[in-house]
Design a protein around this ligand. Structure first.
Ligand code: 28G
Length: 653
């Protein structure tokens, strides 16, 4: 290294050292989620530049060398010398640790202000990073890399030299390319679907911004994968997309926007003839899966506005009580996107907005603007359709309350017949007992024969259980597969759920390693997440991993649980081996199923976290929606719990 450092520089480098020492503090985790966080940090800076109207095109590329680049056509990061640090603005952005970045919520600015936050974190955690800036007719570049000092100390994000001018250009913007450091992350392979899904979401949330996605690792008939996301309708297009393939009650989503006390509010809504309540909310482009104060304000606002309209229209008479909030959410698809400063996230997955002022501001903007829209000429039919739908929902609500009451009493009698499909275990010690939910009758049969009946119970699932998202709760509860699970577990559901009554300590989902199996896993996780959340948070839910292959030679038999392991196992077994690929659980005989997947001494279980379940819920309900093709592709590529993706926790008896 030729460059000499002054005291200020050393301080900067120590800042980046801290990032490498405790990556989790800056990017949450060093798993796949943290890896993708690197992309989002850089993309966020480009999005900020777009939010300030200085840029309208962003290109994200996954390169075949494992690196990722992000390019924008904005103003370009400032290149002039920083007054106290005496290096270029570019070098400051990539080497100065900005106090805590996004994880210090006090510093989060939603527009302008804190540009470049997080870029230094990405630099610190990269093998190398290069930046190119086009600005004021010139092209500049600087490279950074990881170095090993003579003492053996490893440092990340060290400039290879100062920012250099490479020549002239007409262009303007910033290009950043980086290769994540393999010694920091559990995996450094970016996931195509994760990136595609988030970029599409950002394009919906940032109206008119063109986001291009190129993946050099995905080949199509036309060459390498390339696609463009650009939505001039913004969240109105998002709502249209969510309702694709559904019957909508009116053609164009209602859209309102406004600002109150520094909170910028935008909302689009449309009703379908379905029963689902699909409200998707965002704060500063971050999904708030668990909702929060902004959603509370939104819900209370639409209830008020539509009730007022129902009275004005004469649908509700003086003596009638108001319709309930839930009546106005049946069939509702809405996107609520707000921007504000000093966001406070709460909840189990830190995806719930806590700021009380957000409720006040959202409620006020939505009441004012939506009331105006609703009373406006030309919206009469739309408003009538909404009111009629809610009136019908209120009637069903009353009927369904009675039905549930009856169902509750009936349940205890019906349980005996429902649980007929269940092969219970003989042991009575709940702490030891395990319930296997097994995909398919044939695998269910093998599991029943292969199990240790003293503590293992088997519940075969015939087809796909009803998608928990698709129907109202009372219909979900009427689904036989789901009710069998509820009564087998014995702990109730929803508000009535009580862990103390749980009859099994482990609930193990056993499904094939294919698309249908992944779909079943996602549906079950969504169901547990919505109606038995504590089952997951208390650590009772597991995914069983069946082997994908058997490699054998004479008396040697080895089972292989992932494609990545296969070559090593084949090499170990050596010439003359026989290879069997298991297409499904059903192909295994009872002994094989026991020894590979059910025997606590041999099997591998992956414990389901609340984040896994929240993600399954989000995917089933948002970006997959009714679009079967997208869903299938997504699930087959992401929802498989295999050994590469997860830290497998082997049961140690
Ligand atoms: C392509 C990958 C990600 C960015 C800009 C533009 C400006 C900027 C970025 O300013 C302020 C200065 C140095 C720390 C602002 C340009 C005002 C005038 C900008 C990006 C604070 C940062 N002209 N475009 N940052 N710095 N795009 N895309 O990162 O001290 S970051």
């Amino acid at each position: 290294m030729s460059k000499s450092y002054n005291a200020k520089d050393i301080e900067v480098l120590e800042g980046l050292d801290a990032v490498r020492l405790r990556p989790g503090m800056y990017i949450g985790t060093t798993g796949p989620k943290g890896l993708h966080h690197l992309i989002w940090e850089i993309v966020d800076n480009a999005i900020d530049e777009a939010a300030n109207k200085n840029c309208d095109k962003i290109t994200v590329t996954l390169h075949d060398d494992g690196s990722c680049s992000v390019q924008d056509n904005g103003r370009g990061i400032p290149v002039d010398e920083h007054p106290t640090l005496k290096v270029s603005g570019v070098e400051v952005v990539f080497t100065q640790l900005h106090a805590g970045g996004k994880f210090n919520n006090d510093n989060y600015a939603y527009s302008g202000g804190l540009h470049g936050v997080g870029a230094s974190v990405v630099n610190a955690l990269s093998d190398w990073l290069s930046v190119e800036v086009c600005k004021d007719g010139k092209r500049y570049a600087q490279n950074f890399s990881k170095v090993i000092e003579p003492s053996g100390k490893v440092r990340g994000g060290i400039p290879e030299g100062p920012l250099e001018c490479l020549g002239e250009t007409d262009a303007s913007g910033t290009l950043v390319r980086f290769l994540p450091d393999k010694t920091i992350f559990e995996t450094t392979v970016f996931d195509h679907e994760v990136v595609a899904k988030r970029l599409k979401e950002l394009a919906f949330l940032n109206k008119g911004v063109e986001i291009n996605f190129i993946d050099e690792n995905v080949k199509t008939e036309q060459g390498i994968f390339e696609t463009t996301y650009k939505y001039d309708g913004g969240i109105v297009d998002f709502v249209r997309y969510l309702n694709e393939g559904k019957n909508t009650l009116f053609a164009d989503p209602l859209y309102i926007e406004g600002v109150k006390d520094g909170v910028v509010v935008a909302m689009a809504l449309q009703y379908t003839d379905g029963y689902t309540d699909s409200v998707f909310s965002y704060v500063n482009n971050i999904p708030t899966t668990e909702g929060g104060t902004h959603e509370v304000g939104f819900k209370s606002a639409i209830t008020r506005v539509f009730n007022d309209a129902a009275r004005k229209n004469g649908n509700l008479k003086d003596k009638d009580a108001n319709l309930m909030g839930e009546d106005f959410r049946e069939g509702l698809t809405a996107v609520l996107a707000i921007k504000m400063k000093n966001v406070q996230f709460e909840g189990q997955t830190k995806t719930k907005l806590g700021n009380p002022e957000a409720k006040v501001a959202v409620e006020s903007v939505v009441v004012e603007k939506l009331a105006e829209l609703v009373s406006g000429r030309g919206n009469g039919k739309t408003v009538s359709a909404i009111i009629d739908k809610a009136m019908a929902a209120a009637k069903v609500r009353e009927a369904s309350r009675k039905a549930k009451e009856i169902a509750r009493q009936k349940n205890s009698i019906e349980n005996s017949t429902l649980v007929g499909k269940l092969a219970a275990c003989t042991g009575k010690n709940v702490k030891n007992n395990e319930l296997f939910i097994v995909e398919g009758d044939s695998a269910g049969g093998s599991a029943k024969q292969g199990r240790d009946r003293s503590f293992q119970a088997i519940l075969p699932l015939k087809g796909k259980p009803l998608n928990a998202e698709k129907k109202r709760i009372d219909q979900v509860l009427l689904n036989e597969e789901i009710r069998t699970i509820i009564s087998a577990l014995g702990a109730g559901i929803g508000e009535d759920f009580n862990l103390n009554n749980l009859k099994y300590n482990k609930v193990i989902i056993l499904a094939d390693a294919d698309q249908d199996g992944a779909h079943i896993r996602a549906i079950l996780l969504t169901f547990f997440f919505r109606y038995m959340r504590e089952l997951i948070t208390d650590g009772h839910v597991f995914i069983g991993l069946p082997p994908l292959y058997k490699v054998s030679k004479r008396d040697v038999v080895e089972y292989v649980y992932s494609d990545a392991e296969l070559p090593q196992v084949i090499e170990r077994v050596g010439r003359g081996y026989a290879l069997q690929r298991y297409k499904g659980l059903g192909e295994m005989n009872p002994e094989q199923l026991w020894s590979t997947t059910m025997d606590p001494k041999e099997r591998t279980l992956v414990q389901v976290t609340i984040e896994d379940a929240a993600e399954a819920d989000r995917l089933i309900s948002t970006l997959m929606g009714d679009n079967v093709e997208i869903r299938k592709r997504y699930i087959s590529e992401n929802a498989n719990f295999n050994k590469q993706d997860k830290v497998a926790d082997t049961y140690l008896g």
